[in-house]
Write a protein that binds this ligand. Structure first.
Ligand SMILES: C[S@@+](CC[C@H](N)C(=O)[O-])C[C@H]1O[C@@H](n2cnc3c(N)ncnc32)[C@H](O)[C@@H]1O
Length: 300
């Protein structure tokens, strides 16, 4: 999973194996502290409750972060042009935009569908972060019945609109050892247009588990209305979230995590509940658990 021959992406299957279910354990009601704010819901009764269901409190970080020391022993990526800074000292040393995404700068604002094609533009990740920090104007987090927290729209969006980006800590596979999780997104390093076979292209993981933004809550659907797509902001590569159809107000956002995550041969059971759901197909083919029937989402 992760980056394939297309520029669309999804959560990495490396995050599945050792993951504990994020849905076990009871929801705790705690005093509201500023760093928790992201993960609280205001229910219709006016009481705020902690959203996170696995008893840890991730931080809302609408940015890339990384520890340069973690890359000290990583080999020079074969897709990085000769002479680049390595090990990386800044974000662009690691996820600089080089390659076929060159026409796809999202500019410095979101939700407007304007794509900048100027290779020498002055758009910056810093401006983009500012423009995407007011996400609560457009989206809200709600607890679903079978799929943990999900993201719901507060207004309608047109097909093609860029809704946000996947942020988090940039990590190497070796730095994670066995500590994998369900919030890992793989993004390529270096020249996207190089002739390197897909399976050999070096990648870095955007880990949204401890530090991330609202997009880490986008659930899977077998009839998804969004994709994760490599784009750029000025000179920086990002994993943007793009609407692939018109999305009405009040709808849950979804992406397709791919066949390696929810597929005909995987063990995980998808609870998206759509008629063409892969877990329903699996149930028809063999004697396996069916896709759960999904009730309407509820506030807790
Ligand atoms: C990236 S997280 C999405 C946010 C997650 N719901 C949460 O509460 O943090 C991916 C995890 O959400 C759950 N999930 C997402 N889509 C699902 C689906 N269609 N059916 C069942 N579980 C789903 C699974 O536990 C999956 O490993």
């Amino acid at each position: 999973m992760g980056i394939t021959t297309t520029t669309y992406s999804t959560f990495t299957k490396r995050g599945i194996a050792k993951r504990r279910s994020p849905h076990r354990g009871s929801l705790k009601v705690r005093r509201l502290r500023s760093r928790d704010r992201f993960f609280w819901l205001s229910a219709s009764d006016g009481v705020s409750r902690l959203v996170n269901a696995n008893n840890s409190v991730p931080e809302q970080v609408n940015d890339y972060t990384f520890a340069p020391s973690k890359f000290r022993h990583e080999p020079y990526p074969i897709t990085l042009p000769v002479g680049r800074v390595w090990p990386p000292r800044q974000i662009d040393d690691l996820v600089g935009a080089i390659g076929s995404e060159h026409t796809d700068c999202v500019g410095d604002t979101c939700y407007n569908g304007n794509i900048c094609e100027d290779l020498d533009c002055t758009h910056t990740l810093s401006d983009w972060r500012t423009a995407t920090s007011d996400w609560e104007t457009y989206f809200e987090l709600r607890m679903t019945e079978h799929r943990g927290v999900g993201v719901y729209t507060k207004r309608a969006f047109r097909q093609g609109t860029i809704l946000g980006w996947y942020s988090g800590e940039l990590r190497t596979l070796s730095s994670m050892e066995y500590n994998t999780n369900a919030y890992l997104m793989e993004i390529e390093i270096g020249d996207l247009g190089s002739n390197t076979p897909v399976e050999s292209v070096p990648t870095v993981f955007i880990d949204g588990e401890q530090k991330g933004n609202w997009t880490r809550f986008i659930n899977h659907s077998c009839a998804a209305d969004c994709v994760f797509r490599i784009m750029r902001v000025g000179s920086t590569r990002i994993m943007a979230v793009q609407a692939v159809r018109d999305i009405p107000r009040g709808k849950e956002l979804s992406v397709d995590y791919g066949q390696e995550y929810y597929g005909l041969t995987t063990l995980k059971i998808c609870a998206c509940g759509v008629p063409g759901c892969v877990s329903r197909k699996r149930a028809r083919i063999g004697n396996v658990k069916r896709c759960k029937r999904v009730a309407p989402p509820v506030f807790v």
